[in-house]
Design a protein around this ligand. Structure first.
Ligand code: SF4
Length: 445
């Protein structure tokens, strides 16, 4: 019954009612206010599957397809499979049952590949019942085979790791095709990511206002605009949205202010060019820009000779500004400007005007006490994620697929709001960020 209930909620996209009806009540009571401060952060979520390497994945995919066909088309499968397959595909795939050594593993994977191809050829034979192609496990088998194998002279060959799709499209398990591999610093996982947004007013309860679930490889900044649009729909937009660097970008600083009058408070990505990190060279801040004339002036007083709009490798709009080879080659400050032996002149890459100004302004603010005070509020969202993880298993999906995992996250957020509003009613003090004995000794905040 519960499973059917969940499926019905998801089917009608009604799972948000769990949280939204609660938020409406909180607003009516005055415990939650629009145009205040909110903060967001994300954490990884493990899918409800076993993480498989590529060989185990194809092995398990073949096994899953055979098991499905054995249930829905037993006679057909008996006629199109081999009894000796039972030994390989009967028990679940295990690394301990696969060969050791690169060449042996590739040969083993190609053997599975040939058997999978035989099965797929039989399913796609014009004489085979058409409905066999629509069995989900068979469809996954076809996709996994396209991703991991190629036909060379009509022989199935194992693709090298450079030839497979990126993690955002690669199917890592036949049991949850929507879960994907990702890596953040030293953490690697297969599954999803959850983004929690909460209010953070001093004298009001801390309440979760929005929950987003994405595939694991989706970057945090890809969600900033979506979170704002959703908060707008709920009439819960903040004036200050406090986030870490992952959610901030020059374009988002401009769009948040322009579209929603939100001050997106978070540090920008560091300028990692050597001129900026060594603090001895001429980084972009040393080049005043004349936007009307579309020209930059370098510290030696030379003006740029070309101004070219382009798209960088992160798909951002940029402008590439180049100086003259003649000026740069004769320049006494050349070693402070460019160390490239390949390029004979300096190139500066900047964002379009509005974004450039927003970025420069934010970099200036980042060093101020006022910014540090507002940004200090962000740390509290770590406690919320921790409460979700420790109290309610937020970091492990209980279900298969992104939609049901999201349902779990919405239900978790609603439960956390109940716990938090009760704690607020009871006057329980909020937990403080822990400080080590050594830090306390010097009374560093
Ligand atoms: S190297 Fe070129 S751009 Fe740099 S300071 Fe010298 S003249 Fe100006």
């Amino acid at each position: 019954m519960l499973s059917e209930f969940r499926a019905r909620l998801i089917d009608k996209q009604a799972e948000h009612r769990l949280l939204e009806s609660m938020l409406t009540l909180f607003q009516q009571k005055g415990w939650l206010k629009a145009r205040g401060r909110q903060r967001t952060d994300s954490t990884h979520v493990l899918a409800k599957i076993r993480a498989l390497n590529r060989v185990l994945c194809v092995w398990e995919t073949m096994r899953a397809a055979l098991n499905s066909l054995a249930v829905v088309a037993p006679e057909w499968l008996r006629a199109h499979s081999h009894p000796e397959w039972v030994e390989r595909y009967g028990p679940r795939s295990e690394d301990s049952r696969s060969p050791v050594g690169e060449a042996e593993r590739v040969a083993f994977a190609e053997e599975i590949g040939e058997q999978g191809r035989e099965l797929l050829d039989a399913v796609y034979d014009p004489m085979a019942p058409q409905w066999l192609r629509h069995i989900p496990a068979v469809n996954v088998l076809r996709q996994v085979w396209v991703q991991n194998y190629q036909r060379v002279d009509d022989v199935v060959r194992w693709r090298s790791s450079e030839q497979i799709p990126p993690p955002s499209r690669y199917i890592g398990s036949p049991y949850d095709e929507e879960s994907h591999y990702s890596k953040k610093r030293s953490t690697t996982w297969v599954g999803y990511k959850v983004h929690l947004t909460e209010s953070c007013e001093t004298h009001l309860p801390l309440l979760i206002t929005h929950v987003a679930t994405t595939s694991a490889p989706v970057s945090d900044d890809a969600m900033t605009a979506t979170i704002h649009a959703e908060l707008d729909r709920k009439h819960l937009l903040p004036t200050k949205h406090i986030v870490d660097t992952g959610y901030v970008d020059a374009k988002l600083l401009v769009e948040s202010q322009r579209d929603y009058q939100i001050d997106l408070v978070g540090p920008t990505r560091k300028n990692y060019h050597w001129q900026a990190t060594l603090h001895t060279g001429f980084d972009v801040s040393h080049f005043p820009i004349d936007w009307e004339r579309q020209q930059a002036t370098c510290p030696q007083g030379c003006t740029s000779t070309s101004w070219t709009p382009a798209i960088d490798n992160r798909k951002n709009e940029v402008i590439k500004i180049k100086f003259s080879t003649k000026d740069c080659q004769a320049c006494p400050s050349r070693s402070l400007c460019t160390q490239s032996s390949r390029h004979t002149r300096r190139t500066v890459t900047i964002r379009p005007q509005e974004q450039y100004r927003a970025l420069m302004q934010r970099r200036e603010q980042e060093g101020t006490q006022a910014f540090a005070q507002v940004y200090a509020k962000r740390a509290g969202i770590e406690g919320t994620l921790s409460q979700g993880v420790r109290m309610m298993g937020l970091r492990r999906s209980r279900y298969i697929g992104e939609a049901k995992t999201h349902f779990q996250h919405v239900a978790t957020a609603a439960a956390l709001n109940v716990v938090r509003s009760m704690a607020w009613f009871d006057g329980l003090p909020r937990a403080q960020t822990r400080r080590s004995a050594f830090v306390r000794l010097y009374d560093v905040p």
